[in-house]
Design a protein around this ligand. Structure first.
Ligand code: SAM
Length: 376
């Protein structure tokens, strides 16, 4: 992993940081995407089509977001195939109120000379800043590369990484635009966080149990929503101490009582075995595993395609009567086991769980999701 600076006029500090790293989970191109032509090699810096589309998108999504009180949202998702980027707009509330853009280049495997590529990338970044009215230091560019063998959740070597706070549904979340590949808040799960909160709130209202389990929790955003909705007891499992510490900060940021929310740094597969044997019970469970994980902290490898039957079945066994399980995966090629669907009465909820700002007429969505209810 290394960071390359591009875009600097000779003798001046670079304006963009192009973060290059191996990325385990980069989804393969769909046949539809592969069919798109490579960009015009004779005009590598002509970004007019991109600029026009971004301007149109920005007007639409800002209005859409404002009406819904949303301050972090996707403004561009490879809407022009020749410009393979995902651009997310984040309005921070702390330490300063400003707009940051998280720009991810989608790897296409296109072959270009370094000079053409750099000229093109600079033109794209200039266009983004100009259209969005955001200064270059608030544009954070990440480049995803195809798998070359390392795990996808490693920290990037960036000492100057800045921590910001953003808001979602009146809750506060810490984000970091530079230190990691992802920011700390997956925006495509915004509706699912709302669904989980609704489920907990409805249970709390009728005096039912509200025990919440968050598996592969990352920075605990589901846990924070569940806690605010009335879960007085939750368990949050993630292998990473770094992310568990981040979850603790997110809970604290929202004034949640840390004693009621158990943070477990463990391999979720091993933890599930123990929890099932101990007959633990939860009213609401979120299961959102990575597509693949080969961390040194776990024995073996997690492969969601291979392991989802075991994971979903075990979670199903942990549900209290009337409990709900939300299962999500971002593996593009994922095929759910049909026997599992029947056994656990899984219902696909992807059309509700993928937010409008992430829907595109072509190409796969950011995730697929299923829900099941335990009828005791
Ligand atoms: C896709 S992210 C989960 C996103 C999260 N549910 C959200 O919406 O914010 C995957 C997480 O799984 C964690 N992880 C990877 N392998 C694990 C394992 N074997 N056991 C527990 N956590 C694991 C990673 O540390 C990472 O935080």
């Amino acid at each position: 992993m290394h960071i390359i600076s591009v875009g600097a006029p000779p003798g001046q500090a670079a304006e963009w940081r192009l973060v290059v790293r191996n990325f385990r989970d980069n989804p393969p191109m769909t046949p539809d995407e592969a069919a798109h032509p490579t960009p015009d090699q004779d005009a590598p810096s002509d970004v007019t089509a991109f600029t026009n589309r971004l301007r149109k998108n920005l007007a639409h999504w800002r209005k859409w977001a404002r009406r819904r009180g949303i301050t972090c949202f996707r403004i561009y998702g490879r809407d022009v195939p020749q410009f393979p980027f995902a651009i997310d707009w984040f309005e921070t509330v702390s330490p300063r109120a400003e707009t940051h853009l998280h720009v991810q280049e989608i790897d296409t495997g296109w072959k270009r000379s370094d000079a053409d590529y750099t000229a093109w990338l600079i033109a794209v970044c200039d266009s983004i800043c100009e259209v969005c009215g955001v200064p270059p230091e608030q544009l954070h560019l990440k480049r995803r590369e195809r798998q070359r063998g390392t795990s996808q959740y490693e920290k990037l070597d960036d000492e100057e990484a800045g921590v910001f706070v953003v808001e979602e549904a009146g809750l506060r979340f810490e984000v970091n635009f530079d230190a990691y590949l992802d920011t700390g808040l997956f925006l495509d799960h915004r509706p699912m966080r709302a669904m989980v909160a609704e489920s907990i709130a409805a249970r709390a209202k009728r005096g039912a149990g509200t025990r919440f389990l968050n598996l592969f929790a990352y920075t605990g955003s589901f846990t924070v929503h569940a806690a605010r909705a009335g879960s007085d007891e939750s368990t949050t499992v993630d292998l990473s101490n770094t992310y568990q510490a981040w979850t603790a900060r997110n809970l604290a940021l929202n004034g949640m009582n840390a004693r009621r929310h158990r943070l477990v740094s463990a391999d979720a597969l091993a933890w599930l075995d123990t929890a099932v044997a101990a007959r633990e019970r939860y009213e609401v469970i979120v299961l959102d595993p990575p597509s693949f994980s080969n961390s040194k902290k776990m024995t073996g490898v997690l492969d969601v395609q291979r392991d989802h039957v075991r994971l979903v079945s075990q979670c199903h066994a942990l549900l209290a009567d009337g409990g709900e399980l939300f299962f999500s995966t971002n593996l593009r090629s994922f095929r759910i086991d049909e026997q599992l669907v029947a056994q656990c009465a899984l219902r696909e909820i992807t059309h509700q769980s993928v937010p409008e700002d992430f829907r595109r007429p072509t190409g796969a969505g950011p995730h697929r999701a299923w829900k099941t209810e335990q009828r005791g």
